[in-house]
Design a protein around this ligand. Sequence first.
Ligand SMILES: Nc1nc2c(ncn2[C@@H]2O[C@H](COP(=O)(O)OP(=O)(O)OP(=O)(O)O)[C@@H](O)[C@H]2O)c(=O)[nH]1
Ligand SMILES: [Mg+2]
Length: 256
Amino acid sequence: MLPALTALRVFILLAALPGTGQHLARLVKGAYVFWSGKKIAVIGPTASGKDSFIARLQGRQIPIRHATSPLGERVKSFDVRLALTRRQSVNITCKGVVNVGGDVEYRDDPSGWLSVCKGADVIFYVMTVQDLVEKRFMAKGRVRSDLEWLQAALPQLDENALVHVLINKIDEEIATHTRYEPFAMELAKELRALDRTAKRVLKPYEDRYTGATLISMKNKSMYTLAIHRAFRAVYSAFHEHESPNASSVQAIGAVT
Ligand SMILES: Nc1nc2c(ncn2[C@@H]2O[C@H](COP(=O)(O)OP(=O)(O)OP(=O)(O)O)[C@@H](O)[C@H]2O)c(=O)[nH]1
Ligand SMILES: [Mg+2]
């Protein structure tokens, strides 16, 4: 099959939006166009799994030992090969990804998170499932203060920059990817609370928030399942933003 055709078929899955014919084709093309050459930034608390996420995106093994990333370490542009099924994958170019450690000093340093996020189209904020369960998104929690940091930073960033939260290390709570859905249901209350808080704290930029996705960088099956949801949620939010009257666009759920 021609690569372009494969890519289109893949994006039918990626977009995963209801609709037929021309409308669907437009959406599929839109998703492809949206993700091609996107600049992403990866931020989050220390040891939440930022380097592991970048490794996964690059198809590498995740670092076994935690090594704190130096401030503003640049990661070269790379192509993300997103395998949607065993036989289908699509290439997305991520340019100018900059990695940065998660300490608060790193966050607040001018050459820290702000420089990482500048010019990014999509900012992935990586936290852990422990942060969620311990409600660190509530007042005085680390996640909450990071959201406040983002709210203050957004006016200085790309005016269309989108934010997506990845809730990592779910493999520490569940054994297989088949437990993903039931686990997400168990955490529904916390996920809704995180969503509400994120939208409230990010005001007036709450539209930039594209939801949160449970994920494991360590477990490949869980990673694969989750990353499609995350990419889809970001694109859906973008599409919704672009055409607010599009009735067939999936609502962005808190989590997935
Ligand atoms: N169990 C489990 N461990 C993980 C997962 N993702 C990352 N880790 C581990 O967590 C540790 C930290 O991962 P990193 O990716 O280096 O974290 P980081 O966010 O880049 O850390 P800093 O740069 O210091 O802020 C490593 O020991 C990883 O092996 C995951 O999904 N599950
Ligand atoms: Mg790191």
